[in-house]
Design a protein around this ligand. Structure first.
Ligand SMILES: [Zn+2]
Length: 322
């Protein structure tokens, strides 16, 4: 079978009820998927490892693949623990061959570099079949986050559904922001597929409370979608921020390091700061005074760099006006 045929030939709807495994490939890129197929209903796609150094999503999905055997499933649940294997085995955010960020590569291209081809494969072979989508991220090795769930603001019914999906993850705060190009969610936004992403803490590891919060949210989501029977328990009220500024939730652009050096963080994650408050320092490795990093706005610290070596332009903090 040709690569193209194998890519478009695997239809979830053609599978019988039960538990299936499939490896999607196109040339030298590919990923493994586990498919839980029940009665006709929604097709929920879940993936971790869009970035290679984020481990909470992959860990939780592997646990579900080992342990979750729903007796009476309605719909189809597709789990892809590690989408970006090249980045994963490099222990890095981006793919080592082309240094490209998969979360900026959509819709990708069948003839581009590794990352572009992976984006194209994932969108055309998997996302194109989804009715609902969740992308599991985290702060990775270099950042620690005040965990949240988020989505790209859409029109009418889709926006309400995304808000309801987010509310299922009630141990996270919620951040809605306008469309940005290149993401997995950009692809599903254009296809009008209700979609959310989750950002766990990161800082190089996997915290049990993050896994537990994710697990709780996924169980709620499956009930919300009607994939499994049962009522969702009372959901905790979520702190919610809806932004009109697409840049607000774009973590890589805030508080850039003014030069290479050694970074010191002087505030705590989750702390409230006022505009212009000194929140960190960057010392040059050569002689000279440190640069003081000041808060670009008032808000809550929701992302902080944990890797202390910084290059000019590396983002150091993100503040959300919660
Ligand atoms: Zn990520």
């Amino acid at each position: 079978m040709s690569n193209v045929a194998s890519k478009i030939g695997y239809s979830f709807k053609s599978l019988g009820p039960g538990f299936h495994h499939h490896r999607f490939t196109s040339g030298d890129v590919g990923f493994d998927a586990w498919i839980w197929r029940g009665q006709p209903g929604p097709v929920l796609v879940l993936n971790g490892g869009t970035h290679g150094d984020e481990y909470e999503g992959p860990t939780l999905l592997r646990q579900w693949i080992d342990n979750w055997r729903p007796g009476d499933l309605r719909g189809t649940v597709v789990m892809i623990p590690v989408l970006n294997e090249g980045a994963f085995f490099a222990g890095a955010r981006c793919h080592p061959f082309d240094s490209a960020n998969l979360a900026r590569a959509f819709p990708g291209s069948a003839t581009g570099t590794e990352t572009a081809r992976l984006a194209h494969l994932f969108e055309s072979a998997v996302l194109a079949q989804a009715t609902h989508y969740v992308d599991l991220h985290s702060g990775g090795n270099a950042y620690e986050l005040h965990p949240w769930v988020g989505y790209m603001i859409a029109a009418g019914k889709i926006d309400r559904e995304q808000r309801a999906m987010s509310a299922c993850f009630d141990r996270f705060w919620c951040w809605a922001a306008p469309f940005l190009p290149g993401r997995t969610l950009s692809a599903t936004h254009k296809r009008r597929i209700p979609s959310i992403y989750v950002e766990c803490r990161g800082a190089g590891g996997v915290r049990p409370e993050d896994l537990s919060a994710l697990d709780h949210g996924l169980h709620n989501l499956l009930r919300h979608l009607g994939c499994v029977a049962g009522e969702i328990g009372p959901l905790a009220k979520q702190r919610f921020r809806s932004s009109r500024d697409a840049g607000e939730a774009h973590l890589q652009i805030h508080h850039p390091a003014p030069h290479d050096g050694l970074f010191a963080c002087n505030i705590n994650l989750g702390e409230s700061v006022r505009a212009d408050q000194p929140i960190g320092l960057v010392w040059p490795l050569s002689e000279g005074d440190p640069s003081v990093i000041r808060a670009e706005r008032a808000g809550t610290v929701v992302a902080c760099r944990r890797q202390r070596s910084v290059r000019r332009g590396d983002a150091l903090f993100t503040l959300a006006p919660l």
